[in-house]
Write a protein that binds this ligand. Structure first.
Ligand SMILES: [Zn+2]
Length: 376
């Protein structure tokens, strides 16, 4: 096992790329989908089960963990990997995005952001330096720069001002991160939907230098069309030889479209959150298991899926346990959704390896166009 953090590209198909990120805690096959373990758990899943779905890396949320149980406590208990029993790589976000979406009474300044916890109202101050400290205490393998993600739509001047502050914060993050062999710091490109501002942001990040680069500020309500338009140019503005991470994406067709445009890593709560609300992702689109059409259906969710929910249970059973609010419902549906997302990633990696991403994409869309199987 390597002691360094490095990225190796193996194959390309169009703009889509397949590679491997090497870390002391294991390899990450790209394109990679990272399940979200917000509060030191991927909800309803044991870590070993998450691994069985094919995940190489998890995401942890700095905002949640700094408030409860606190980064200092996790550090005293041996770090996040040990605390949550996941030995493989972990990426943590900077906390900035969730401060904006979850906390109250935020006050932003050049120094950072002051906010009140959504849990107990306690007051906190988060800066690039403090975010780096928290992510170091957690023991994160891939650390994200502290940035500001402006809500869209916004005036160009406001997006430019925010992006330039985030670039100054990126410099401060790099400085505070220090020299940590085996760990990586990723810069985050901002600039809204504007190609010129995105380019300016990319240039600022490249001048600082990072082990990887994220496309930030998307998947915040702009819609798939606008997101893809940005992804038609944004990845090309970032270094070719470093991983590119699209934050907070997405639905299966978002993921496929992002990989097609040169993205290597993604994360989203969708497969796990949807599993708990009875929304299931399959090759043939979305299935709502609470729908009465499933109550007498002896067939699996997807006969081609090898996950425990599809191998061992009928739609009728999954419908029943969901309607009865049994805990196993969240467990099985989350497992299936994570399995399906990882299966798409595996299929894309295989298609890129033989330079046939277009073939994968045709089949992906053709199966979805069929829609769910006919009711019994
Ligand atoms: Zn399944």
């Amino acid at each position: 096992m390597t002691e360094k953090f490095s990225f190796q590209l193996h194959a390309r198909s169009g703009k889509a790329r397949a590679g491997t990120i090497h870390t002391p805690r294991g390899e990450i096959r790209t394109p990679a989908f990272m399940p979200v373990g917000t509060a030191a758990t991927v909800k309803a899943m044991l870590p070993g089960s998450v691994r069985q779905t094919g995940a190489d890396i998890l995401l942890g949320n700095t905002y949640h963990l700094m408030l409860r149980p606190t980064a200092e406590r996790i550090d005293r208990l041996g770090g996040l990997h040990k605390f949550m029993n996941w030995e493989r790589p972990i990426l943590t976000d900077s906390g900035g995005f969730q401060v904006m979406s979850l906390s109250s009474l935020r006050k932003m300044s050049e120094d950072g952001v002051t906010f009140k916890s959504h849990i107990d109202g306690s007051k906190h101050h988060l800066t690039p330096e403090r975010s780096m400290e928290i992510q170091r205490l957690l023991g994160s393998d891939i650390v994200m720069c502290f940035d500001e993600c402006p809500a869209l739509p916004a005036e160009r001047d406001e997006i430019a001002r925010s992006m330039r502050m985030s670039m100054r914060w990126a410099g401060r993050s790099r400085e505070a991160f220090g020299d940590r062999p085996g760990h990586a710091l990723f810069g985050i490109q901002q600039g809204g939907l504007d190609e010129q501002l995105r380019g300016e942001s990319a240039d600022a990040l490249k001048a600082i230098g990072f082990e990887g680069y994220a496309v930030g500020g998307l998947a915040v309500g702009e819609g798939q069309k606008a997101m893809f338009e940005v992804l038609d140019f944004a990845p090309d503005q970032l270094p070719e030889d470093k991983p590119r991470y699209l934050m907070g994406v997405g639905k299966p067709d978002d993921i496929v479209g992002a990989v097609k445009r040169g993205i290597d890593m993604m994360d989203c709560v969708l497969p796990s959150r949807s599993g708990r609300t009875g929304q299931v992702f399959t090759r043939r689109g979305v299935v709502n298991i609470k729908n009465a059409r499933h109550q007498d259906d002896p067939r699996p969710l997807d006969e081609a899926c090898s996950c425990p929910a599809c191998s061992n249970y009928s739609r009728a059973y999954l419908h029943h346990v969901f309607r009865s609010q049994e805990i196993i419902s969240s467990m099985l549906l989350t497992w299936h959704n994570l399995h399906y997302f990882q299966e798409i990633m595996q299929q894309m990696r295989a298609a890129i390896a033989v330079d046939d991403f277009a073939g994968f994409e045709r089949q992906f869309h053709a199966e979805r166009a069929l829609g769910d199987i006919e009711p019994v």
